[in-house]
Design a protein around this ligand. Structure first.
Ligand code: ATP
Ligand code: MG
Length: 425
């Protein structure tokens, strides 16, 4: 045994990294990445180094989590394999771990790792029932705190599928927006440039926010909603927007959502009104081109009142598409009612569809809630529980009669005129 084993020292870092890096192909890799190993070394987790004539020839490192330690890597230079060095390093490493009051030592190895036999000899038991699963979080480290700082997050992956009905809008958004962004190379082959900014417009409660969230979920991108009211708390809204967009530009991919955008980019009047939004609109006009320069980013604005938006703000080149989201037609209402009645066969959805003309998804959701509440209250008074659980068709009809649709025929007319004047897709 003509080697010396000593505690890891800072001056060993380069040599140990080299050992870890160069021995990976020899089947000595582990579930811990090189970056994690470096992190453990620099944060002084237990590690030992074997040296022969002043040259490092092997290293073993671990990380301690409570009473358990994980052996992260035992790296042996090629010429020194099969000579018992791995076992020697492990014994030394274990000694450090015991001193750190570790009660259990685990080592996850690639299946065919030669070291396996050595570990059995060293008193380790193989856990045949253990399967190692790993999930890589899409965002961690500084990018994660940046996202948190912006109030952004990853949404559940199934939101697109949960948008019920609205097939026309869904299909349009899927073809124009989602697919070019999801498959940029394929789109580029046909000269299709993925959109970078879109505006969804339509009456209240038709699902604009739902679509924006659905797109982020479908793409697997983080969703950052910029709330003008919150940004304004920082004092100067224009400056706050600039700073938010600067932070957003550091994210690798992102969907940025601005709801009720007419409040911050209204038609600019001449002369500018004191306390008006002139400066903010101008700032946004400057920010959007820069935002558009990045790949894997999409700005989605939503508004109930597209006619109040500054025309310069909406022009092509800033916004690729201006997509109307209207009240659901019969088929869409049927799909939405089925969603909120849980597809129960004892509810006659076609009757509800006929009774809820002009209802938005939000209205349907509200009516369904009133009906469910009525069924619940009836159940509380029904000691024998003779009725089947859940609201009946009559409960839903009563709830519909109680609700006034948010959207009036006059609003529908106005929406039609807005589509003629503004829609672009
Ligand atoms: N296609 C849909 N299927 C099922 N539920 C939906 C659908 N669209 C919207 N909803 C529900 O209706 C409610 C209103 O939707 P959303 O907030 O997306 O509307 P909006 O157009 O953004 O409204 P506003 O103009 O007031 O911001 C939400 O609770 C949402 O879950
Ligand atoms: Mg909304």
């Amino acid at each position: 045994m003509n080697w010396l084993i000593h505690d890891y020292r800072e001056s060993d870092l380069a040599a140990v990294v080299h050992l870890i890096d160069t021995t990976a192909e020899l089947g000595q890799e582990s579930v811990f990445s090189l970056a994690e190993c470096i992190g453990a070394l620099t944060s002084r987790q237990p590690a030992v180094v074997a040296v022969h004539q002043g040259v490092p020839i092997g290293a073993a490192l671990a990380c301690v989590a409570g009473e358990r330690a994980w052996v992260m890597r035992i790296a042996i230079s090629a010429a020194w394999r099969g000579r018992g060095l791995a076992s020697a390093l492990l014994v030394e490493l274990e000694r450090r771990l015991l001193a750190a009051r570790v009660g259990r030592i685990a080592y996850v190895l690639p299946e065919e790792e030669l070291l396996g036999e050595g570990l059995l000899n060293a008193g380790y038991t193989r856990q045949p029932a253990v399967a190692y699963f790993e999930k890589v979080e899409p965002l961690h480290g500084p990018a994660a705190s940046l996202l948190e700082d912006l109030g952004g997050r990853f949404l559940p992956g199934d939101l697109w599928g949960k948008v019920a009905g609205m097939e026309t809008e869904k299909d349009l958004i899927e073809r124009r927006v989602v697919l070019p962004l999801a498959q940029p190379e394929r789109a580029a082959r046909h000269g299709v440039r993925p959109p970078r900014a879109i505006t969804l417009f339509g009456p209240p409660g038709t699902g604009k926010t739902t679509f924006a969230r659905g797109i982020a979920s479908r793409l697997g991108w983080p969703f950052v909603e910029l709330l003008p009211s919150r940004l304004a708390d920082e004092g100067n809204l224009a400056a706050a927007l600039r700073s938010a967009f600067a932070r957003i530009s550091e994210l690798e991919r992102v969907l940025v959502f601005i709801d009720e955008v007419e409040e911050i980019a209204p038609v600019r009047t001449e002369p500018a009104q004191p306390g008006g939004m002139h400066g903010v609109t101008n700032e946004l006009l400057k920010l959007i081109p820069r935002f558009r320069e990045g790949d894997e980013r999409l700005l989605v604005c939503a508004t109930n009142s597209i006619r109040s938006l500054d025309p310069a703000f909406l022009r092509p080149g800033r916004f690729d598409y201006l997509i109307p989201i209207g009240t659901p037609d019969k088929a869409a209402r049927a799909a939405i009612w089925s969603r909120y009645t849980d597809g129960r066969s004892d509810v006659d959805v076609s009757v509800l569809v006929a009774a809820s003309e002009l209802f938005t998804p939000a209205d349907i959701e509200h009516a369904a809630r009133i009906a469910a509440q009525a069924a619940f209250e009836r159940d509380l008074g029904d000691q024998d529980q003779v009725r089947a659980p859940g609201a009946s068709t009559d409960d839903y009809l009563a709830a519909i009669a109680q609700c006034r649709p948010t959207v009036t025929p006059a609003m529908i007319d106005q929406f039609g005129a807005d589509i003629t004047a503004h829609a672009r897709f």
